[in-house]
Design a protein around this ligand. Structure first.
Ligand code: C5P
Length: 223
């Protein structure tokens, strides 16, 4: 069987996780949510109460933690040292703190190495994140970059929130998203940007199904 790597990068709430999962499912291939890896590493650091700006400490925690990632019914299940932390890694404080792992070059290098190890064990994979087409898999067979305007992304993010958080002001949700965009775009290593050979898809006016269909056509056309 030929190896297939499809990368999907894009900003927060651009729809890439949902689309990547559905695309992997339609293609019958594995799926990797690399944001979950940054989140799990962040939670490990928070539990160990380390100074998250200290890169060596962060690396030490990553090396001494046991991470397990799997997909079940389209959901990424995450275990940290045996504990199911699937929901915990989506907490707002973990989301906010993920910027420390994301902006630490050595932590990024270690997580990229883990991503390549996971991909090497699979025949075919759809992987999503911020730097998958640019840094982790520069030779991927097909690369996508999904975008959507900030207002649309804030609306999507608010709709996914648990009921207790739903009342959060949409303006605040949008500001949080824009702050994450800025920190993702401005970092020196692995910044958020489309790879030169990425297909850029603006999802603002498209349904999930339309995006998945479009991507599926590209992949089938290419491979
Ligand atoms: O995609 P998700 O929101 O789960 O990602 C959490 C955080 O991890 C993002 O805000 C981003 O800063 C970081 N991340 C990254 N590189 C990736 C995936 C995620 O820097 N490949």
């Amino acid at each position: 069987m030929l190896k297939l790597i499809v990368t999907i990068d894009g900003p927060a709430a651009s729809g890439k996780s949902t689309v990547a999962r559905l695309l992997a499912d339609r293609l019958g291939v594995s799926f990797l949510d690399t944001g979950a890896m940054y989140r799990a590493a962040t939670l490990a650091a928070m539990r160990a109460r380390i100074d998250m700006t200290n890169e060596s400490e962060f690396l030490r925690i990553i090396e001494s933690s046991k991470f397990q990632f799997s997909t079940e019914k389209g959901k990424t299940l995450v275990r940290l040292d045996g504990d199911d932390v699937t929901d915990e890694i989506r907490r707002p404080d973990v989301t906010a703190n993920a910027r420390y792992a994301a902006s630490a070059p050595k932590v990024r290098a270690r997580l990229v190495e883990m991503q390549r190890q996971i991909a090497a064990e699979k025949e075919k994979i759809v992987t999503e994140g911020r730097d998958q087409g640019t840094v982790a898999f520069p030779d991927a067979n097909v690369k996508f970059f999904l975008t959507a305007d900030a207002k649309t992304r804030a609306g999507r993010r608010q709709a996914e929130m648990p009921d207790t958080d739903k009342r959060r002001d949409i303006g605040q949700v949008r500001r949080d998203i824009e702050a994450r965009d800025k920190s993702d775009q401005d970092r020196e290593i692995g910044p958020l940007r489309p790879a030169d050979d990425a297909i850029v898809v603006d999802t603002t006016k498209l349904s999930i199904e339309e995006v998945v269909q479009r991507l599926l056509e590209y992949v089938e056309g290419k491979c």
